[in-house]
Design a protein around this ligand. Structure first.
Ligand SMILES: Cc1ncc(COP(=O)(O)O)c(C=O)c1O
Length: 429
């Protein structure tokens, strides 16, 4: 496709035909200001704008691209599938292979159902939990985002970060949602004691990564799971971001804690639309057509997506990508923190696996939205635009995390450090 118009012109055109000019809110640059960059191409660690400028990309499509953009092995699998079948709406061996791969790698994943997005995966997992328990309430955590499922649009993060209470108009069933603060065992125990019998499931991102990176203590998650089990409440880990990224078995594997149900998205589809929910067979057997919990989808388990996902996961496993990226990211985060200090900026970098979050320095780890410093958003918009000028594209919000991919070689990361150090000039105290 020929694209000779500038980002500004394309955005003007887009504003006329799409709400806010975008198809997902964070893309609109609302929280950093300015006009969104229109990108024409992606390759490895880079995005190229319609104007022909190349940027080192740490947004990585908000997480799916663990191998980087257009990885050649994933591309080969997709090209082969394009010549074989696109969507057949019938049984096929391609999703079977991915399902067998996933269930052979994740011990508590005894059965899995593929859908087309993380949101769908969450929506379906919640329905299974309600079907399994006959209860209606769902407990979620302040600062965890679970997609745009109606009942989950309370105290969420991502594009909604910063809003209070029920975050969306047009939502009628959020009254079934209870919200607890992260990292607060007493508050959680109180909710369990008072409402435990009504709660079908507790859902959480075991690595909350949509409202900054709010790394939880293993003790908190373990106590939460034990408390839920005492009250007959199902535990759903939402691993749409952390799954197959922070550990081959997701955050569950990293923590050595098994949920009853799990949701996946992003990495599992290798950059194509795919989500999954799964868990213990006794719960998954409730899903139609085995059981009474209805769930279906025209494009579910799309072969292009499942082939891309499997090619991604196999390559990552073969090369030890997850483990190598964890080390690379830890070094990058430490180096970037040091560069901030060198530039006279009182900012730092939190990280876990290949995920990092840039934020103002605080004296203790930020584990819940209550720990946010007053100046959290602070100068991020200025820094974002300074980074863009220096050739680095971060996700356009102070609350979004960054992703290091296999394509971010040490040389590219070194270049990014130099660029971000220069950008940090705008953060000088
Ligand atoms: C933890 C988590 N759950 C669910 C979702 C929703 O996934 P999707 O955007 O594919 O619908 C996201 C998306 O960012 C997510 O991070």
């Amino acid at each position: 496709m020929e694209n000779k118009q500038s980002s500004g012109t394309l955005f003007e055109r887009s504003l006329k035909v799409a709400p806010g000019g975008v198809h997902s809110p964070v893309r609109a640059f609302k929280s950093v200001g300015g006009t969104p960059i229109f990108f024409a191409r992606s390759e490895g660690a880079y995005l190229e704008s319609v104007e022909g400028t190349r940027y080192i990309d740490f947004c990585q499509s908000f997480g799916p691209m663990i191998l980087g953009h257009r990885d050649p092995d994933v591309k080969a699998a997709v090209a082969d599938m394009l010549d074989t079948a696109w969507s057949m709406g019938a049984c096929e061996p391609y999703s079977l292979e991915l399902a067998e791969y996933l269930t052979s790698r994740v011990p508590f994943l005894e059965a899995v159902r593929f859908v087309s997005s993380g949101t769908e995966a969450v929506m379906s997992a919640l329905r299974v939990a309600r079907g399994a328990t006959g209860r209606t309430k769902i407990l979620k955590f302040d600062g965890c985002y679970h997609g745009h499922v109606d009942s989950m649009l309370v105290k969420a993060g991502s594009g909604l970060a910063g809003a209070v209470a029920s975050d969306s108009a047009g939502v009628s069933d959020a009254q079934e949602t209870l919200v607890a603060p992260l990292n607060d065992l007493a508050a959680m125990e109180k909710i369990f004691a008072e409402r435990g019998k009504e709660i079908a499931a507790v859902i959480l991102e075991p690595l909350p990564a949509n409202f900054g990176l709010l790394v939880q203590t293993p003790e908190f998650i373990r106590a939460l799971v034990e408390g839920a089990r005492r009250h007959g409440i199902l535990v759903i880990f939402d691993e749409v971001i952390s799954g197959f990224r922070v550990h081959p078995q997701g955050m569950a594997g990293k923590l050595g804690i098994e949920p009853d149900l799990v949701t996946y998205g992003k990495v599992v589809g290798g950059g194509f639309p795919l989500g999954a929910f799964g868990g213990r067979k006794k719960y998954m057997d409730l899903v139609a057509p085995s059981g009474p919990v209805y769930q279906a989808g025209t494009l579910s388990a799309n072969p292009i997506s499942t082939r891309a996902g499997l090619a991604t996961l196999r390559k990552a496993e073969k090369l030890g990508v997850i483990e190598i990226l964890e080390k690379r990211t830890a070094k990058f985060a430490a180096d970037l923190s040091a560069r901030f200090a060198k530039a006279g900026a009182d900012w730092t970098v939190s990280h876990m696996g290949s995920i990092f979050w840039i934020h103002p320095k605080v004296s203790a780890p930020i584990r819940s939205t209550r720990d946010f410093p007053a100046n959290l958003r602070g100068d991020f918009p200025k820094f974002f635009h300074a980074a863009v000028k220096e050739g680095v594209y971060l996700a356009p919000s102070a609350f979004e995390v960054g992703f290091v991919s296999w394509a971010h070689s040490e040389e590219i990361l070194a270049k990014a450090l130099d660029a971000l150090e220069r950008a940090a000039d705008v953060l000088k105290g």
